[in-house]
Ligand binder design. Structure first.
Ligand SMILES: *[C@@H]1O[C@H](CO)[C@@H](O)[C@H](O)[C@H]1NC(C)=O
Ligand SMILES: *[C@@H]1O[C@H](CO)[C@@H](O)[C@H](O)[C@H]1NC(C)=O
Ligand SMILES: *[C@@H]1O[C@H](CO)[C@@H](O)[C@H](O)[C@H]1NC(C)=O
Ligand SMILES: *[C@@H]1O[C@H](CO)[C@@H](O)[C@H](O)[C@H]1NC(C)=O
Ligand SMILES: *[C@@H]1O[C@H](CO)[C@@H](O)[C@H](O)[C@H]1NC(C)=O
Length: 264
């Protein structure tokens, strides 16, 4: 009995100190966001007032959604369409319980930081659409394992969609339309509409058109053209296909057989 009580007290103590710790961090997080964001219309400046330090006071700030209205613990930041500018907000890693981030329809610019997976590791919903983010989509975003929804539509993002995005098994919604992306679209567990990839520079692969046969085979079309006879093109294609199949079969067999070769 005494042991149980001690255990309970210890548990409550640890729990409450963890709570204070975490909520202090969330306040720090919002202060840092306010400081790093350019806010020409002054929305955050007027609404995010850190002087009235009561329980859950940050939960009444514009765009801040808390887990509980009386507890300074941020569930999500909904900062859509507030005329905000500047780089990706800083200090988000101190909002340790955050599951949603919506910065859409602002004028944020610069790159999406490659540290994003450390900053917001538990987000399920990420909406950066209709901004001015540039550079490449960081590979590390593939480590945001809880993502359900990603919207990067209408930015200036270039390069490829990281191949490892195929690891994001929980994605039910994904949109990168209207950017400057090119290259192969990773294979997703879910089927997405071609519209979610439209308006880019040169994306290919499902759900868009097939990619031109791998760039490694660039020489093949040149040879094909030299043959220059309609009827032999079929045969040539057959030959090339046969070659590709044989090549992969060879690789596959080697991989399969090598251990045996080494064993004997
Ligand atoms: C602090 O905020 C609470 C709730 O919004 C309000 O009732 C109270 O008057 C405020 N206190 C001060 C000193 O502004
Ligand atoms: C997180 O908050 C702590 C104080 O709670 C502060 O010292 C630290 O600089 C913050 N980290 C970031 C990245 O803002
Ligand atoms: C993301 O932001 C855009 C632009 O503000 C909005 O149209 C869209 O509904 C938002 N949510 C999702 C799930 O994409
Ligand atoms: C967006 O910000 C850039 C500079 O960061 C500025 O030149 C441009 O006018 C802004 N656009 C809008 C629509 O506010
Ligand atoms: C996007 O940012 C570039 C500079 O990086 C700026 O020249 C351009 O005006 C911005 N576009 C919009 C729509 O704000």
């Amino acid at each position: 009995m005494a042991e149980d009580t001690k255990f309970l007290l210890l548990f409550l103590l640890l729990n409450s100190s963890a709570l204070c710790f975490s909520t202090e961090h969330d306040v720090q997080c919002l202060k840092s966001v306010q400081k790093s964001v350019i806010d020409p219309s002054g929305v955050l400046k007027s609404s995010w007032n850190f002087r009235n330090n009561t329980d859950g006071y940050i939960c009444r700030f514009t765009g801040v959604v808390c887990w509980h209205p009386d507890e300074n613990r941020v569930l999500s930041l909904q900062l859509s369409n507030l005329g905000l500018e500047g780089p990706f907000p800083q200090g988000l890693q101190n909002c340790t319980s955050m599951s949603g981030l919506d910065l859409s329809s602002n004028n944020f610019s610069g790159s999406i930081p490659s540290s994003i997976a450390h900053q917001i590791p538990y987000v399920t919903s990420l909406n950066l659409s209709y901004n001015n983010f540039s550079s490449e989509i960081p590979e590390s975003m593939a480590n945001l394992a809880y993502l359900n929804m990603v919207n990067l539509q209408h930015n200036q993002l270039g390069g490829q969609i990281p191949e490892h995005f195929s690891m994001l098994g929980r994605l039910t919604s994904f949109n990168v339309a209207d950017n400057l992306l090119s290259g192969h679209i990773p294979t997703f567990a879910q089927d997405f509409s071609p519209l979610n990839f439209a308006g880019n520079r040169d994306l290919c692969g499902a759900p868009l058109d097939e990619c031109p046969r791998s760039r490694r085979w660039m020489l093949v079309p040149i040879k094909l053209r030299r043959i220059n006879e309609e009827s032999s093109i079929g045969a040539a294609v057959g030959f090339v296909l046969g070659f590709v199949v044989a090549f992969y079969f060879h690789l596959y067999c080697c991989e399969r057989l090598l251990p045996y070769v080494f064993r004997t």
